[in-house]
Design a protein around this ligand. Structure first.
Ligand SMILES: [Zn+2]
Length: 264
């Protein structure tokens, strides 16, 4: 007879979304990590369970993926508990755009700059810090303004490009942009593609990025509160009109930023 007690807990998420997982607390557990997509993601203790948020990348294959919770006990033993994430397929639309050739055919100097900046950002996304705990709700950076084009497969001037890894929020230039949650500023500067850019570390591998700002109101290393203004909507970098490009990464996975906001 198969005991339900030992059935793995299954969490469901669609491609390109964040998913909350929880592991029931047990006596004498000191800490918990969840191994997911080869990454070791720490969990925090809240409301009688060990909780964390996992990222399911836009291009993660659909189907059930095994994950594992590692429970470190007070005596140092490590216990294993099986969990799984059921990834549901999600179809994203394709869009064709014509953009200034300058951004498609890059000069040597621009190419070198954009590659250097991409590396710098990727190395930030690789870090999983734990001094900030993401146990408060994530909120809209521009209250009430949504964005629907996360995940769009894009063709620029006839050439396929990587899918749109954020959501575009349309608002007038100068509209304040608020931090989606408390965090630490890990980048605040002008980048080739995203213009004036702010990147926040929310802990446990969760990062938010705000791009094309007309003005940056925070400094590298600064701690920001949830809702604090980090800058103003603008049209810096590769854009045709003022808007906020808002992106979130969860352990490096590209997720719809709105998938972290409850009630959406
Ligand atoms: Zn965008």
């Amino acid at each position: 007879m198969i005991s339900l007690l030992f059935a793995a807990a299954v969490f469901t998420a669609s491609q390109g979304s964040a998913v909350e997982v929880n592991v029931p607390d047990e006596p004498h557990v000191k800490s918990v990590k969840v191994v997911w997509q080869k990454k070791s993601v720490p969990a925090f203790h809240a409301d009688g369970a060990w909780r964390t948020i996992l990222g399911v990348d836009l291009d993660a294959p659909a189907g059930e993926h095994a994950a594992e919770a590692l429970l470190t006990m007070e005596d140092g033993r490590v216990e294993h508990r099986e969990i799984a994430v059921n990834v549901e397929a999600k179809k994203y639309p394709t869009s064709r755009l014509n953009v200034d050739e300058k951004f498609v055919e890059l000069s040597k100097a621009d190419l070198a700059r954009s590659e250097r900046e991409a590396k710098e950002i990727d190395s930030i996304y690789d870090r999983i810090t734990t001094d900030i705990v993401p146990d408060e709700p994530f909120t809209d950076p521009i209250p009430g303004v949504g964005g629907t084009n996360f995940g769009e497969r894009r063709i620029f001037n006839g050439e396929p490009r990587s899918p749109h890894s954020g959501a575009d929020l349309h608002a007038a230039a100068g509209t304040p942009v608020h931090a989606t949650n408390r965090g630490r500023v890990v980048l605040a500067k002008n980048l080739f593609f995203t213009g004036n850019t702010v990147l926040l570390d929310h802990g446990f591998g969760i990062y938010s990025l705000y791009a094309h700002l007309s003005r940056i109101d925070v400094k590298d290393g600064e701690m920001v509160q949830s809702g604090q203004v980090v800058g103003l909507v603008g049209a810096t970098g590769r854009v045709t009109a003022p808007h906020l490009h808002w992106a979130m990464r969860v352990q490096g996975a590209r997720v719809n930023p709105f998938s972290l906001v409850r009630g959406r």
